[in-house]
Design a protein around this ligand. Sequence first.
Ligand code: TRP
Ligand code: ZN
Length: 869
Amino acid sequence: MTESAPKAKYRSDYQSPSHTITDVNLTFDLHETQTRVTAISQVKQMANETTLTLDGEGIELVQISVNGQVWQDYAQTDTGLAIHNLPEEFELAIENIISPSTNTALEGLYISDGAYCTQCEAEGFRRITYFLDRPDVLAKYTTKVIADKESFPYLLSNGNKIEEGQLENGKHFVAWEDPHPKPSYLFALVAGDFDVLRDKYTTRSGRDVALEIFVDKGNLDRANHAMVSLINSMKWDEERFGLEYDLDIYMIVAVDFFNMGAMENKGLNVFNSKFVLANDQTATDTDYLGIEAVIGHEYFHNWTGNRVTCRDWFQLSLKEGLTVFRDQEFSSDLGSRSVNRINNVRIIRGPQFAEDASPMSHPIRPDKVIEMNNFYTLTVYEKGSEVIRMMHTLLGEDKFQAGMKLYFERHDGTAATCENFVAAMEDASGIDLNQFRLWYSQSGTPTVSVTEQYDEAAYTYTLSVKQTTPATQDQAEKQALHIPFDVELYDEQGKVFELQRNGELCGNVLNITESEQSFVFENISSKPVPSMLREFSAPVRLNFEYSDEQLAFLMIHARNDFAKWDAGQMLLAKYIKSNVEAVQKGANVELPELVVDAFRGVVLNSELEPAFIAEALSLPSFNEVAGWYETVDVDAVCDVLKGIKLALASELQDEMSALYHTLAQADYTIEHAAIGKRSLRNLCLQYLVNVPEYAHLAKDQYQSANNMTDTIAAMSAANSASLTFREEIMSDYSEKWSHDGLVMDKWFALQGANPSKDALVNVKACMSHKAFSLSNPNRTRSLIGSFLNMNPRRFHDKSGKGYQFAGEILTQLNESNPQVASRLIDPLLKLKKYDSERQALITLELEKLKGLDNLAKDLFEKVTKALES
Ligand code: TRP
Ligand code: ZN
């Protein structure tokens, strides 16, 4: 860095704004390189301050007027504008120029495939005009958009359309008014030519809402599932949370160039096309479920995010944790609760725990931020949702809903804090959440270690619990948390004991509040098998010395699917760990009969949902396993995961082949039962192709598949087992789909995860594929992201070539799109997980990045933290 290092902001420094803006009137005269923006704001002094300091970045100022008079008393700064000697209340008019076509960062106003669109969260509005670009300044917006009528027939912004008309030179205009005051990050504008899918929804109280989904021309047949998901979201939020939509129109625009998943702009959501477009020939079941979840997520933000927004960005989890909780509940109410829970828990135990252990560790409510975009993290979103879920567990649904109601009564139409939310939950329920609040300020992953003691004379069973949270890079000292710990005890027949403590019946959820604590259960007539941390009742690691027999017992007898699955995962974990040690000593991977039989029992159990069986037979990811070690032996862990897969495949081939054939379906439907059958059948395929006589199944399935789920499953099986016909089917797919980037993303992702020795050479070759472009974040994440995250053996190759490649790509992206670069760098931050040679090679790349003279704040923040680790 040649210029001065970027400065951090601290949560504790929050100050309310010196001024507020009550109304804004925006005019956009769109042009590729010379878009003219006029912003007329009604401004009011809030403190005794005659200077107004506005944020602005990379924009060209034309003129400032105050109360209709040209104003010269101002200074331009690095970060915006300081306007001096202002009256108490005034009208401020600012005219400036921006260049959307050269905006490759995709923040502010930019062009995606010929259409203008905006992305303002978190701090993108300041790239559109000079403004108080902070979430606690709420204004009413009217927006007039002017553009050429033929190229841009649709001109959209937030709220309701109030005016439209014809202008000279083939131009036209549309004006929009949003009656709900909102912060600038929820502003949106879109201009382009689209196909539109229209529908309508009548709310519980009788408001008619027009629903419109805008997609690129020719994609109308891929918008139906998004529309169904939107209607289901609106219905669900009324039924479960009693919340209704509050405008007469709800628009969604799908764009191909987008940094994240989607954005909840008021009345005008902008979506990554990945989370809108689907039909059975182009999208997998996973894509369909992802669309449902993201459409729901953005819709639910209308209350949790928009009606009640965040006071400052440190409070991001107020809207994101809560909205993720809501979208998870939505998916669970519509589909399989246990499968949803399993997948959410995999994310916490894998990448979120890894984030806690990394140089970027932070509490769900961060204390220190250099670049806000770096804090849209698994911790803020997914752990944030777990924190909401723990409150739900402690309060129960009714009291939790009472808390939501009070939260809206108190804070609707305002910018609130995480503390406001907890206080509402506490006040509405009468439950003390004082110690619980620590989850907002303490980072890291707690470990709960449990030992048991059975007294057969007294009929008592004692669980002794210790909690510790290891120090994290951001925080050395840790305190004891309030951990809801859901427990059940089983007798030998698999019947549950009624839980009784101190002579009284008690519920399943124990309150762990001390560093060390014992729970004595009475009237336990035989030594029980404990099922603990049921439903993953807290985001912690559980330590308990289960015997193989106890785990096999829980896989059969636990009363809920999640606990069955979790017992299976613990059994696998034992043998992954022991086999890693064995492999390091030169031995082969082996699984005892008990383990194989436990999984055989799951495969053969016709009472279990197919979707659940598929989850039970899925091994933990490399990344999750890596999290169990201080230093991870990349090759040994890869060998063991592969070895266990081969062992189970060879032992269970008869059962799996039978299932593979009976689960075949003639027609494709996206009902949950049909999705479940496909997922189990394709899981069987993944195992079976490792047995030579079954390898052909992947090719047969590729050729006969009538839907994308089965096509990709076949390709993925061929890819991960490096089958002889891999090349053949990969090139067949690429010929068929090379015109469609979104469909090619699945192919790029397989190329990135290709386990073969020449994977890196291939990945580099793929960068010249006509469907690839480093300027498109979806393409980049599919190819490069999957190589960095899903291909441990090749990315971490001892030669250092994988790291060098990452360094080169990051150097390019640092200039074109720092946000995408900053997400891609995450695996390099975890250098301490690897041996000293690999650490040295990664350090070299990080040092090179640090030395760039135009290093963006985004990478600066992460690179410096990683080098300090
Ligand atoms: N608020 C969005 C969501 O969670 C996240 C988001 C979309 C975002 N685009 C972004 C965050 C760009 C930062 C930058 O639904
Ligand atoms: Zn969100």
